[in-house]
Design a protein around this ligand. Structure first.
Ligand code: KG4
Ligand code: ZN
Length: 373
């Protein structure tokens, strides 16, 4: 993408800008309208339609079904977002759509719709990186500006990054195998808890006791703040097989131990990333931001709050409804880019892969890197 200067940018002229955001990168169809005035944002509408029931019986997201579902309902979701925000297309300063990373069929639906709207209404089109949208959400919700340390934990990504500025990301760590959300989803599938797995595991864990089963704390103590969850998932399978048939209590205790292992492993990795961030940004305020679907997990949040407090960091997490995929974060990232005059041409093509830090070296031993966001 080559950013171009846009002289329609209202923010440059000091007035408020209004951006329609579209999110179709995975299994939520979403549209939202966000206004940006100065550095502050306001959500005028935020419509999310999950497709879980369409994918549930397959135990995971089926890309073709997702793309078709986006196509079927996106126009209606956009109309609803515009109506709830009480704005007309003529009031919009830009349309921003997730341009990647994600499932290519869904991305194409969102990007093509956004391009058509911008062409018809003669306003700029902005392609937003889904990970950047998660990364910048705290600007919308808490007014927090970079630099900050970011833990991004979703269904397809698990990364620690220094957010130096909008558009400037330095990756410190990533997963060498499964993403954290994927580990939750696979654990839920293994234990027959349904889909999506994260909330189901969290619910089961609430009535369980950690420690009755014993699971590893992956990567603990390693110098580089990378993650690994494949071994943990396999350990859950072995323990489940050994204890079969599982009672409800077994499932709850396994989930509680899994969640504790995750929280302790992630907290250890974050602690390591804080030490690196302190060296690289010695004068910056100490903020830890957690974003992405798994950020909704309460035990993880409380483990992070502990590490943050000990290291003198403040912890920022978006409200629950903005942790998972939504279009308000896309509209806000679009507004941030618009304010800098960064818009995209209609020749932009959707990207299944789109790293935030293209210069990051692959993690040693890296196997699969999630292609979805
Ligand atoms: O960011 P997101 O909505 O979509 C992607 O971009 O991937 O993240 C979805 C992931 C799923 O793997 C889901 O199981 C997980 O976030 N998740 C959770 C919780 N809520 C959602 N994981 C653990 N605890 C939760 N409460
Ligand atoms: Zn996401």
């Amino acid at each position: 993408m080559t950013p171009r200067t846009n002289d329609r940018s209202g923010a440059a002229a000091g007035r408020s800008t209004v951006v329609l955001g579209i999110e179709t990168s995975c299994d939520e169809t979403a549209a939202a309208v966000v206004a940006r005035e100065g550095d502050r944002g306001q959500i005028l509408s935020n419509v999310v339609r999950a497709q879980w029931e369409k994918h549930r019986r397959y135990g995971g997201v089926v890309p073709e079904i997702a793309a078709r579902a986006h196509l079927e309902c996106l126009d209606e979701i956009i109309a609803q977002a515009m109506a709830e925000a009480k704005v007309d297309f003529g009031d919009l300063d830009a349309v921003a759509a997730t341009g990647g990373p994600g499932l290519i069929g869904g991305l194409l639906v969102g990007v093509t719709t956004a391009k058509a709207l911008t062409l018809a209404h003669r306003i700029p089109f902005i392609a937003v990186n889904h990970l950047e949208a998660h990364a910048l959400t705290v600007g919308l919700t808490d007014g927090l500006r970079p630099p900050y340390l970011l833990l991004l934990v979703s269904g397809g990504h698990t990364q620690l990054l220094i957010v130096r500025d909008v558009g400037r990301y330095e990756r410190l760590g990533t997963t060498i195998d499964d993403a954290l959300g994927e580990a939750f989803d696979k654990t839920a599938k293994l234990l027959d808890l349904g889909f999506p797995g994260g909330p189901a595991v969290e619910k089961a864990a609430a009535s369980g006791t950690p420690g009755r089963f014993s699971l590893p704390r992956p990567m603990q103590g390693r110098a580089e703040p990378h993650f690994s969850f494949a071994g943990l998932k396999t350990a859950v399978r072995h323990q489940a097989q050994a204890a079969a048939p599982l009672s409800q209590r077994d499932v709850a205790d396994l989930c509680a131990e899994f969640q504790t292992a995750v929280a302790e492993s992630v907290a250890d990795r974050v602690k390591r990333a804080m030490a690196i961030a302190d060296e690289r940004l010695p004068d910056a305020p100490k903020h830890l931001v957690v974003a992405g679907g798994v950020a909704a997990n309460r035990q993880l949040q409380s483990a992070l709050a502990d590490v943050a407090a000990k290291a003198g960091y403040s912890l920022h997490a978006p409200p629950l409804e903005l942790c998972g995929d939504n279009a308000a974060m896309v509209a806000w990232a679009g507004a941030e880019r618009l304010a800098r005059g960064w818009i995209d041409g209609l020749d932009f093509t959707a990207r299944a892969r789109w790293p935030l830090d293209p210069d990051a070296t692959p993690a040693l031993g890296a196997g699969k890197q999630g292609a979805k966001a």
